[in-house]
Design a protein around this ligand. Sequence first.
Ligand code: B12
Ligand code: SF4
Length: 356
Amino acid sequence: MDYQALADKIRQWGKELGFQQIAIADVALDDHEQHLQQWLAAGFHGEMDYMARHGSKRSRPQELLPGTLRVISARMDYLPPDTGMVDVLNDPTKGFISRYTLGRDYHKLIRKRLAQLGKHIEAEVGPYGYRAFVDSAPVLEKALAAKAGLGWIGKHTLLLDRSAGSWFFLGEIYVDLPLPTDPPLSGHCGTCTACLDVCPTQAIVAPYQLDSRKCISYLTIELHGPIPEPLRAPMGNRVFGCDDCQLVCPWNRFAKFTQEPDFLPRHHLHNRSLVELFLWDEDTFLRNTEGSAIRRIGYLRWLRNLAVGLGNAPTSAAVVDALKTRAQHESELVREHVQWALQRHHDNPRIDLRSE
Ligand code: B12
Ligand code: SF4
C-alpha cells in the first residue's frame, strides 16, 4: 500500500468535505500528558470531572482505541462574516454570545463529515480500524492537532495558525494505518501578551495556563451552580462563552470566514438585548435554541447568565422591571442571581454614558 498517496487523497477528500486543513500525527503525547496532569493537579478543570475521569486514555490514543497508530486531525473554520459582534460586546444592553455558538451546533456536522472521510478511506483500503471524534470522548484535540502541524498552542491555550488564526473547530479520526506524519510548527506568540492582558477575569494565569474556574466560557457553559460573586462584574454582558482572548490576538487578522452556512449567526440569538433574551419563557428558549449548543446549558443556567448580564447593564426601568419578573423564580439559582443584580442597581445605579 502506498501510504503517502493515501495521505494525499485523505487531504483532498477532506477539502471536498468542507475541511480547510487535514494533517496527521503519531500518538506519542508525552509532554502534553505531563501538562495535562499538572493542570488537573492544580484543580484548573474545576467541576469538569470528565477531564480527570478517564485515567491516561485522554493522552494515550492507543488506550482509547486499541490499535491506533495515527490520528488524522481536521480543521473547520467557523468565523462568520462580520456581523457587528464587537459592537454587541461593547453595548452593555445587549447579550454577547460567542462566535462559535451563534450558528448550528458543530458537533454533529463535523462528526458526520469525519465519518464520511472514514468511509472514503475504507473504500480505498478495505476494512480497517477507525473512529471519529469531535469533542465527544477523552481526546486531547489541541495537542494532537499541534503535533500534526495544524497550528501551535498559543498563550491563550487555543490552537493558532499564522494564516488561519484560531476561529476554527477541531475534529479527528483515530486510525490503525501507518500513514506518514506531518511535522509540527514552531510557536509564534513571541513576546505578545495581549490575550493575558485582555482577559476580563485573568483566567490565563500564566502563558499556556488557563484556570478554567475563572474563564467566562467555563462560568457560563460548564459551571452548574452559582457563579462566584467576584467574577460576575467582570463578565460584563458575556452570557454564553467568551471570545476576548481571540478577538485581541494579532494572528486572527488573517482568519478566513467560514464556508459553512450552518455556522452563520441565527437572528434570534445575535444582537439581541439582554432584556429581550431574559424575558423568553422556557418554550421560547427551547424553540430559539433548537440545534444550537446553547440548549445544552438549559433554561435555568441561561437565566442565571442573563441575570448577571442585566446586573452589569446600565440602570433603566426596563432592566429593573425585567429582573423583577424573576425575583420570585422557583429556582434558587435564578433567584439568587436576580437578587444580586437588583442589589447592584439599587446600591450603585449606572448611567449609560453612550447615550449622553
Ligand atoms: C475543557 C475544554 C474547555 C475548558 C478549558 C479550556 C482549556 N484551555 O483547556 C473551557 C470551558 C474553559 C473551554 C473554553 C473554550 N473552548 Co474549549 N475545550 C475543552 C476541551 C473539551 C478539552 C481541552 C483540554 O484538553 N484541556 C486540557 C488542558 C490541560 O489543556 P491546556 O490548558 O490547553 O494545556 C495543554 C497545552 O496548552 C499544553 N501546555 C500546557 N502547559 C504548557 C506550557 C507550555 C510552555 C507549553 C508550550 C504547552 C503547555 O499541554 C496541555 C495538554 O495538551 C476541548 C475539546 C477536546 N476534547 O480537546 C475544547 C476546545 C479546546 N475548546 C474550543 C473552544 C472553541 C473554546 C472557546 C473558544 C469557546 C468560547 N468561545 O467560549 C473557549 C476558549 C477559552 C480558552 N482560552 O481556552 C475548541 C478550540 C479550537 C482551537 N482553535 O483551539 C476545542 C478544541 C473544541 C473543538 N473540538 O474545536 N474549553
Ligand atoms: S475566553 Fe475570555 S475569560 Fe476565558 S481565557 Fe479567554 S478572555 Fe479569558
